[in-house]
Ligand binder design. Structure first.
Ligand SMILES: [Zn+2]
Length: 214
């Protein structure tokens, strides 16, 4: 190679070295901390492997399934609850309510958290299909909260943590649909704890977040 081209080679070599250094710096930054007492590269594996959701995802939310087959009641209230349990679904709460001597599942709808139904999945309870009064909000001198109150239960214990984003989004979608269909104003979308002395739907349930979505 002629001598006059050497400087070009030098520039190319310098560029390669710099690029290589940059990459090494990046690799050092990305390296996991020494895995004291834990499996090698466990930190990286946690990032790479996402836990698959249990059951159907919230994409299965389908308002056409909420249209009741029976003659529709004149609903006036929507009452939000939590299950105060980490796991559950409509079937497990139906069993629990029957075991307590109730006629059947007290809520009209149950919104799953990915434990025994999908995260954000809306299950329609038998009461809703029959358009039967609720059994979820017994308040002295106020039979209307059960008689014409739609009970929605989110699976979870929201004294401990918040509902998932999928649950909140499904709740908002369901409540919007019910408000429009039965002409229920936002002022009648309530939490159980607004009507009687209970933590339900949990001390960490964010009402403002729900109202913002409606
Ligand atoms: Zn409740």
């Amino acid at each position: 190679m002629p001598v006059r081209h050497w400087h070009k080679l030098l520039v190319v070599a310098l560029c390669l070295m710099l690029a290589d250094c940059g990459q090494k710096t990046q690799l050092v930054n990305d390296m996991p901390l020494p895995p004291f007492g834990s499996p090698r590269h466990s930190g990286l594996a946690t990032v790479a492997v996402e836990k698959p959701p249990a059951g159907p995802s919230r994409h299965d939310v389908n308002p056409s399934q909420w249209i009741p087959s029976a003659k529709e009641s004149k609903w006036r209230f929507i009452v939000v609850h939590h299950s105060a349990s980490t796991r559950g679904n409509a079937a497990s709460f139906d069993k629990a309510h029957r075991d307590r001597g109730w006629d059947e599942l007290g809520y009209h709808f149950v919104i799953g958290n990915g434990s025994l139904s999908g995260n954000g999945e809306v299950e329609v309870g038998p009461r809703w299909k029959k358009q039967k009064y609720g059994a979820h909000c017994g308040v002295r001198d106020h039979p209307e909260y059960n008689r014409v109150g739609i009970g929605i239960c989110l699976v979870g214990h929201f004294n401990e943590g918040k509902p998932s984003e999928a649950q909140m989004e499904s709740l908002a979608q369901l409540v919007r649909w019910l408000m429009a269909r039965y002409d229920i104003p936002k002022s009648r979308v309530l939490g159980h704890g607004m009507l009687k002395a209970t933590d339900c739907p949990g001390t960490k349930f964010d009402y403002n977040d729900l109202y913002r979505r409606l």
